[in-house]
Design a protein around this ligand. Sequence first.
Ligand code: ADP
Ligand code: MG
Length: 285
Amino acid sequence: MSLILDHINYTYNPGTAFESVALRDVCLKIEDGESVGIIGHTGSGKSTLIKHMNGLLRAQSGSVYYNGQDIYDSDFDLRGLRFQVGLVFQYPEYQLFEETVLKDVAFGPHNMGYSDKEAAIMAYEALKTVELEPEVYDQSPFDMSGGQKRRAAIAGVLAMKPSTLILDEPTAGLDPEGRRKMLDLIKGLCEKDGITVVMVSHSMEDMADYVNRIVVMDEGRVAMDADPHEVFSREEELRAMGLMVPQVSLVASKLAARGIDIRTDGITVSETADAIVEALRGRYR
Ligand code: ADP
Ligand code: MG
């Protein structure tokens, strides 16, 4: 799988008083098996960007290629693309609507043309993947907790067996425990099931711990596109865009500022812990 956005421009309500430029000359290439994080200030174009990845929005200029095929070609199977590149919206739990969790999750496969039985099997598999307990399968989705509802909504997309999963702020509004579980689930989908993951997040900590590559959006442009260590080494630039580095990486830089000889390139708790241990060893040698 490869997904290429080639010089994408998108403006909402062009030529009206409500015109709003959301994407400016965006170029991105996403390869099979990657886990990509998208960060950026509110209004920087993150949600608009991901809606171009499965053709939900159509750029006014530029091209999108899926596996080398131009998705704007008149004979391209756009409907098929929506099944292969699954998009989980922000607060997807608000889109649950069937009487039971199982029916809700089976909706996508049904829509793809699978029989009742096939759709149910695909739904069971997806519910198992997101680790929802079998007790809830026949319940109303509305009787579940917030975290469970979100898992059910993700299962609804996974049931269509996408090769790529795109999630808009999947941890928004979850408590710390629910948040960690959600991120572990997403990481597992990429690492164990080989699904390519693109995830929008506000949390620098989530990004440092869970993705291999970060795309930073700023006023509709790709401002950075690099591995997390490189992105978070550019603290001043991030700050100018209203973004922060992970809190824990500030610990080492503050120690260094006070004259301690310490590595300051850690971005996770364990990397920073290692750096502190190394610094202590050097000091008491
Ligand atoms: P983000 O997800 O990073 O917060 P969005 O992609 O939602 O950013 O928004 C990018 C820009 O497009 C913003 O200026 C926003 O106001 C505008 N925008 C987003 N959705 C709409 C819409 N439905 N109609 C008009 N303007 C929109
Ligand atoms: Mg958004």
